[in-house]
Design a protein around this ligand. Structure first.
Ligand SMILES: Nc1ncnc2c1ncn2[C@@H]1O[C@H](COP(=O)(O)OP(=O)(O)O)[C@@H](O)[C@H]1O
Ligand SMILES: [Mg+2]
Length: 398
């Protein structure tokens, strides 16, 4: 498409002359006899170049030039000036004109300057487009970079979580080996001590005070033995999944057994227990989950408060929530409460949550907690309803 040129001059002869020269050379040309007409035309049609007379009555060339540069910065302007007014030309160039032509001009001069200005304008615009494109590409690259960084961060977080799980599982396994071995080693001599204490008690000649002491020895032995049994329970690796459990009923049952303690501690109970589908698992283990979570909640509220227990089926899982309004768990402890032996209680064993975690893991479930120190804690458990293939099943080679 040929370049579109607007010639602005109050001298009709110049207008016609310049039009003929430029049209003959293939340009599409429009003319305007004064500045106002020129600006009106510029607002209606698009032009590549304006040839502008500097000395015009009404709006003079400088004003028109400034308005063109302000409103249509992409249009190139060449100024016509009279002989001996080179300083005008300099001012015009400062105001944004691309070149100037001194009147009277030669045909050849007009054509050459027009062509040069149009060529450099085209180059300038191409350059600007390239720069914009480059900027666009840079932005795209930056966005990709951001996305990539985000994905790397996500992946490393997943990796961290997976590693944490492995460490946790290793700890539980180590505890298991240790516990099973040690428990048997300790329970044998403990049995003997118990037996001898019983023999001494059965001696009719024993002094009453000795019998009382022997009773105490036996009750201490019982305490140790109970601890060892709990330890064994934590480390038991497999759950029996041959039976089905009505989780809502187990929850209600456990709550009932805590009733006297709730009353003694003046704890209000909020329960939302909905009938759940049958869960394939071991009733005793499900019981242990509730017992531990509820007993921890009660320990956290020695001055009373509110216990909320909810059991609801959602999607393919049973969701269990146990919340308290107790002391809460400091942030630095939150990652450790599931560790075997971690306890902050004088009489605690630190087995509770680690065995809850072990049980839930063997059912491929999930447990998480949220806690505000000083305000309370919520434990959130998800027990999946469909049991995946048991881990112990060996794959047959194909
Ligand atoms: N609901 C809770 N509120 C506040 N702290 C809790 C709660 N549940 C668990 N904890 C913290 O986690 C620790 C470990 O709990 P657990 O494994 O049951 O062992 P134990 O009850 O024998 O201390 C507790 O000593 C306590 O610090
Ligand atoms: Mg506990």
């Amino acid at each position: 498409m040929s370049a579109r040129i607007l010639i602005v001059d109050d001298d009709r002869v110049i207008l016609e002359l310049a039009s003929i020269i430029l049209r003959t050379d293939g340009y599409s040309v429009r003319t305007a006899g004064d500045g106002i007409l020129a600006l009106n035309l510029l607002a209606e049609e698009s032009f590549d170049l304006v040839l502008l007379d500097f000395m015009m009555p009404g709006k003079d060339g400088l004003e028109v030039l400034q308005e063109i540069k302000h409103n249509f910065p992409d249009i190139a302007v060449i100024i016509f000036t009279g002989m001996g007014s080179e300083n005008i030309a300099v001012n015009a160039m400062k105001a944004g004109a691309a070149d100037y032509i001194i009147k009277p001009f030669r045909n050849h001069d007009l054509l050459e300057r027009t062509a040069t200005v149009l060529r450099s304008r085209r180059l300038e615009m191409q350059n600007r487009e390239l720069l914009a494109e480059r900027e666009h590409h840079l932005q795209e690259i930056q966005q990709w970079n951001l996305k990539l960084e985000r994905r790397v961060a996500e992946k490393s977080q997943e990796l961290d979580a997976a590693q944490d799980e492995i460490i946790q599982a290793e700890k539980l396994a180590t505890l298991g080996h240790l516990a099973v071995g040690l428990t048997h080693e300790i329970r044998n001599p403990l049995n003997s001590i118990n037996l001898f204490a019983q023999i001494l008690k059965n001696d009719h000649a024993a002094a009453p005070q000795s019998v009382e002491f022997l009773d105490r020895i036996q009750s201490e032995i019982d305490r140790i033995d109970n601890l060892l049994i709990k330890l064994l329970a934590v480390s038991r690796a497999q759950n029996r999944v041959d039976s089905v459990v009505q989780v809502d009923i187990v929850a209600k049952d456990v709550l009932k057994s805590f009733q006297p303690q709730l009353e003694a501690q003046r704890i209000r109970l909020q329960e939302q227990i909905v009938a759940t589908p049958l869960f394939h698992g071991d009733q005793e283990e499900v019981r242990q989950i509730f017992t531990n979570l509820i007993s921890n909640a009660l320990h956290s509220m020695p001055e009373g408060g509110e216990l909320s227990v909810s059991v609801v089926p959602i999607l393919n899982s049973i969701q269990v929530k146990v919340s308290d309004t107790g002391c809460g768990i400091p942030l630095e402890d939150q990652a450790r409460v599931f560790d075997p032996f971690f306890t902050t209680r004088k009489k605690g064993t630190g087995f509770g949550l680690s065995s809850v975690l072990r049980i839930i893991k063997t059912y491929k479930g999930k447990i998480s907690l949220s806690s505000q120190p000083g305000q309370g804690t919520t434990f959130n458990v998800l027990l999946p309803l469909q049991m995946p293939v048991p881990v112990s099943v060996q794959e047959t080679p194909s």
